[in-house]
Each structure stands twice: as C-alpha cells, then as structure tokens.
Design a protein around this ligand. Structure first.
Ligand SMILES: [Zn+2]
Length: 77
C-alpha cells in the first residue's frame, strides 16, 4: 500500500545500502576513508529522502495507520 514515489525511493535506498555493504567489505574501504564517508553520506541521504516522503505521503500514512510496517522499519528489521 505505497505510492510509486515510495517504491522508487525505497529502491534507491536499497541500492545505496547494497553498495555501502559491498564497499565496507572490500579492502578498498579500509584504505580510503574519503570514499567510506561518501558512501555513508549517500546512504543517510537516501534514507532521509524516503523518511521525508513517507511523513507526507498519504499511502504510507494509511499503511502505518492500519498497522503495516513502514518501508524503512521493514528494511531495518
Ligand atoms: Zn509515497
């Protein structure tokens, strides 16, 4: 019960999270703190974009009203 923007932002968040996890496990991450910081900033930004949208999105509010897990909570579970 989410709108297309919710789904798009969630896909972006998922992709950013996957790249962050991949980067964290690589040896490259250990030597480049600048890249590590940038990947983390990207991740936080993607999560904030999703949260900000869901605060005003009627579909997300409705889903939470009916007791469904929000996309962000679901992703963190
Ligand atoms: Zn939405």
């Amino acid at each position: 019960m989410y709108c297309s923007e919710c789904k798009n932002l969630y896909r972006t968040f998922e992709g950013t999270l996957a790249r962050f996890v991949e980067a964290r496990t690589s040896a490259f991450y250990q030597v480049s703190t600048r890249i590590a910081v940038r990947k983390h900033v990207d991740l936080v930004r993607a999560k904030n974009d999703l949260c900000e949208h869901q605060e005003v999105c009627p579909w997300a509010i409705l889903a939470q009203h009916f007791g469904q897990h929000g996309i962000v909570q679901f992703a963190e579970a």
